[in-house]
Design a protein. Structure first.
Length: 302
């Protein structure tokens, strides 16, 4: 990032806020460079230390209310919990969204999780992505699971349905960063972080395909961004797939089903870790949710 404006660097590293808000915080001295307040257009040399003390990030887990939210617990012991997340459930609270999240439900399920960062949540699934997510119940388990994620040793396999039919499986090795205009979106970017996605064909249909995806890295929206980048966007993904374009040559039933599919067709089907206490290799899997099963059945018939 050497030579880049400081406000652009901050926006890249803290992408959940508007550029205007970040610039205001820089001017207020809430985001400093090597201990000094600098102007937003200051160009960094590279190697400096940035420290940010942001007002909206000051709330702790103790400020999050416990709520009786139905959770499908797939596995649990005294060290961790594995949840099968339904569609529509946001992972944790954020500015403007302080209720009805998995974090709220976890604090109700196990109040002791209030002592763990983000109630033990160590990785995320998008709101409308379904499947397995792991929760740490102790600080030592939290540290272990975070380290395994950083070491890329966590086994994660997803099922997805895409528009288009790849000739064969493959690997997408393209860096992902915040979109330069729409900060809520991600994009393939030379200034992004390393992102590697492996995919293979599970079943081909007339104009669609069921693929199995293995993540080597875990960037925000990684599968959705990478598959759209190689021209095979996920069915139902209006953010990265553009308008719902239905390929020619499919039945009216397929057209209707694909157009009405209410979310990105993506499920975290397999999860594997080294147990944070025993060191035992553990692996879990779940069946596809009903909506994706029905989608695949329709594609087979169409």
């Amino acid at each position: 990032m050497a030579g880049t404006r400081f406000d652009r660097v901050v926006a890249e590293l803290i992408g959940d806020y508007s550029r205007a808000r970040l610039q205001a915080w820089i001017k207020q001295g809430l985001i400093v460079l090597d201990g000094q307040t600098v102007i937003p257009r200051h160009r960094v040399k590279g190697g400096e230390l940035m420290v940010a003390e942001l007002p909206e990030l000051a709330s702790s887990v103790s400020d999050v209310a416990a709520e009786p939210i139905l959770l499908e617990v797939h596995y649990e012991d005294e060290h961790l919990i594995v949840i099968n997340k339904p569609p529509g459930l946001v992972m944790h609270t954020a500015p403007g969204n302080y209720a009805g999240t998995l974090q709220n439900g976890l604090l109700n399920y196990d109040p002791q999780l209030a002592a763990i960062p983000r109630a033990g949540i160590v990785h995320r699934l998008d709101k409308d992505t379904t499947g397995l997510v792991m929760i740490a119940r102790t600080l030592s388990a939290h540290n272990s699971l975070v380290q395994q994620l950083q070491d890329r040793s966590v086994h994660r396999v997803y099922d997805a349905v895409v528009t288009g039919v790849p000739v064969a499986g493959g690997t997408v090795d393209e860096p992902i960063g915040r979109h330069q205009v729409d900060r809520k979106r991600m994009s393939v970017s030379d200034r992004g972080k390393t992102a590697i996605t492996h995919y293979r064909i599970a079943e081909k249909f007339t104009r669609h395909c069921h693929i199995r995806v293995k993540l080597e890295t875990g960037r925000t929206h990684q599968i959705r961004v990478h598959m759209a980048h190689v021209q095979y966007p996920l069915v139902g993904d209006t953010v990265y797939g553009g308008r719902k374009k239905i390929p020619a040559g499919v039945s009216d039933l397929v057209k209707t089903t694909v157009v009405k599919f209410p979310r990105q067709a993506l499920n975290a089907s397999e999860l594997g870790i080294e147990h944070p206490a025993s060191g035992e290799e553990m692996r879990w899997s779940v069946a596809l949710p009903d909506d994706m099963t029905e989608l695949l059945n329709t594609l087979r018939a169409g």
